[in-house]
Design a protein around this ligand. Structure first.
Ligand SMILES: Cc1ncc(C[n+]2csc(CCOP(=O)(O)OP(=O)(O)O)c2C)c(N)n1
Ligand SMILES: [Mg+2]
Length: 270
């Protein structure tokens, strides 16, 4: 798919995110918008999946370790056709398909239930190990938040990934500099992140998480890397695409009102 098509797809993905969260009156817009381009790239350019057979044994696996960005994942899965776009209206509704965090028991296309930060990457490491043990060439992709990296379990998973030479594992950090209520640098610094992951035995790539050419190069590099896992540190903007949400920790977990929703959609679609 060419870059223009990807850009136009990611506009729809962002529009869905805003509409869904407005409709449910709760959810996480900031961190969903910041990983919208990464998820669009993964599902349209990188991963080998079959919407008609979500549990296909040879599919590449995806884990949204920062599970609160569920609206971004649901939006891409609906655009791909894993379920109908009508379902997006069920976000966070009692009895609805799409709960506040991804649920692998009920949602087609969701490989792992996530939401408790740090645990997604641990699942991803186990899946990558399991695939190798079965000589299955599928790959595992996991998206983490930068605040999530403050969880100790992430580093235990990282250590295991390098120890077991999991070159079928690609972790992507949505590096937006913010967490739930402030800057990571102020809460607890995770820097220098590239050096930390190099020390843990990873192939480390830095790129923009909003530029499809850069993402393309990063994922190609990951594919060519053998004998170690890859981490892509993708620089992003929390709330990307909506001026009043960009770089604002206050939009981490708040729904827009009607007026803000109209404004946001206008800006996204322009
Ligand atoms: C174990 C655990 N602790 C706390 C939370 C509550 N929580 C949800 S999102 C979040 C901040 C995450 O920040 P980051 O990983 O940077 O996400 P992003 O900026 O991409 O939204 C926190 C603390 C959680 N989901 N899981
Ligand atoms: Mg963050």
């Amino acid at each position: 798919m060419n870059k223009e098509n990807l850009v136009s797809l990611s506009k729809n993905v962002r529009k869905n995110i805003i509409e869904m969260i407005y409709e449910s009156k709760s959810g996480h817009p900031g961190g969903s918008l910041s990983c919208a381009d990464i998820l669009t790239y993964l599902y349209y350019e990188e991963m080998n999946v079959d919407v008609n057979n979500p549990k296909w044994d040879k599919r590449d696996r995806f884990v949204l370790s920062k599970g609160h960005a569920a609206p971004a994942l649901y939006s891409v899965l609906a655009e791909k056709g894993f379920f109908s776009k009508e379902e997006l209206k069920t976000l966070r509704k009692t009895g609805g398909l799409l709960q506040g965090h991804p649920d692998s028991k009920h949602i087609p296309g969701v490989d792992v239930s996530t939401g408790s930060l740090g645990q997604g990457i641990s699942n991803a490491v186990g899946m990558a190990l399991g695939l190798k043990a079965q000589s299955n060439n599928a790959r595992v992709y996991v998206v983490l938040g930068d605040g999530e990296l403050q969880e100790g379990i992430v580093w235990e998973a990282a250590m295991a990934a390098a120890h077991y030479k999991l070159d079928n594992l690609v972790a992507i950090v949505d590096f937006n500099g913010l967490q739930i209520d402030g800057k990571n640098e102020e809460v607890m610094s995770i820097n220098p992140l590239d050096e930390k992951f190099k020390g843990f035995g990873f192939n480390v790539i830095k790129c923009s998480g909003h530029d499809y050419d850069e993402l393309d190069k990063a994922f190609k590099n990951a594919e060519e890397t053998k004998g170690k896992p890859t981490i892509i540190i993708a620089k992003t903007i929390k709330g990307k695409g909506v001026s009043f949400m960009e770089n604002q920790a206050g939009w981490h977990g708040q729904a827009p009102n009607e007026e803000q929703t109209k404004q946001a959609i206008m800006e996204i679609m322009k």
